[in-house]
Design a protein around this ligand. Structure first.
Ligand code: ATR
Length: 284
């Protein structure tokens, strides 16, 4: 019987996940179908349980339900625990397994496709919302030397760091590598600058010094779009040599979820290329 999966969120209409997982299934020969579940903001748990009770095998969880999925999952991975959020649910006999593949997706895109070895690097993350929290653990595990979280509202970045350090002994061990601050105190000499703010959704420029971007080896936008994102444009204009959007992270986190569900890791490069071409065609 064909196994059923879906992405659950609000909104989900524009999610690329069904197209990514259809490609993974075809490539690996796994017998599955993958759809979209749009649910009302107060209807997450009911919709998940209905999907599971009807035989569904797993879900990707997207905005705004990742914290709710975390609270609902009966068992969670260590990386979900430190992220405080779940983006992947697998329905096992022992109960729902909650995982988070976002950070692993970012690290794999950086170290694989973009060939940026993270060990010993100084990394600056802009923003202190859920997108940032989800990637801290995997970036630290990859051996970054310094991880600075700078936010428009400095108190939120400081709070996020404190909260993160309290999640586990392994997180607490990273205290001397992790710092929260405002945009003006971000320091300099960062090798990698990652945008995890939602400013780009409104096309807003981030109020950060050009020097932060000019000196970086890579500027990475966790968001993606058919056209150049506002952050990629800002980084290149500031003099950064290399900037890219988060389409690769999207494909990599999907591959990690596929591995959690099926025990098979699909190849991501051809799927990334296909998606990039699809986006370009849509942009015209
Ligand atoms: P989530 O729901 O994922 O936790 P959020 O709370 O909306 O996301 O956080 C979005 C992030 O983008 C925050 O870091 C926010 O900064 P503030 O904490 O100061 O609000 C940041 N952000 C959104 N718009 C921004 C803008 N125009 N300039 C700078 N930062 C912005």
């Amino acid at each position: 019987m064909t196994d059923r999966y879906a992405v659950i969120g609000n909104p989900v209409a524009h999610s690329r996940s069904p197209s990514i997982h259809a490609r993974f299934a075809k490539q690996t020969g796994e017998d599955l179908e993958y759809g979209r579940l749009l649910v009302p903001l107060d209807g997450f748990v009911e919709a998940v349980e209905r999907f599971r009770d009807a035989g569904g095998r797993g879900l990707n969880v997207t905005l705004p339900f990742k914290p709710e999925a975390f609270a609902w999952a009966a068992r969670r991975s260590e990386r979900a625990q430190v992220a405080g959020a779940v983006n992947t649910l697998r329905f096992d006999r022992e109960g729902a397994w909650g995982d988070n593949t976002d950070g692993a997706g970012l690290v794999r895109d950086l170290e694989g496709r973009l060939e940026l070895a993270l060990a010993g690097r100084s990394v600056l993350i802009l923003g202190a919302g859920g997108a940032t929290r989800g990637v801290l653990g995997p970036l630290l595990d990859a051996g970054v030397a310094r991880l600075t979280i700078a936010n428009r509202t400095p108190g939120r970045a400081i709070e996020l760091v404190d909260e993160f350090l309290r999640t586990s002994a392994s997180a607490a061990a990273a205290a001397d590598r992790l710092r929260g601050c405002g945009f003006d105190d971000a320091g300099d000499g960062h090798d990698l600058v990652v945008n995890a703010t939602s400013a780009g959704l409104a096309g807003d420029r981030l109020p950060i010094a050009d020097a932060l971007l000019a000196g970086a080896v890579l500027a990475y936008d966790m968001f993606y779009a058919a056209r150049e994102t506002a952050f990629v444009a800002q980084a290149l204009a500031a003099g950064c040599r290399r900037a890219c959007d988060g389409l690769g992270m999207l494909v990599e986190q999907a591959a990690e979820s596929f591995l959690v569900w099926r025990g098979v890791r699909p190849l991501t490069a051809p799927v990334y290329e296909a998606l990039r071409a699809e986006l370009a065609a849509e942009a015209g």
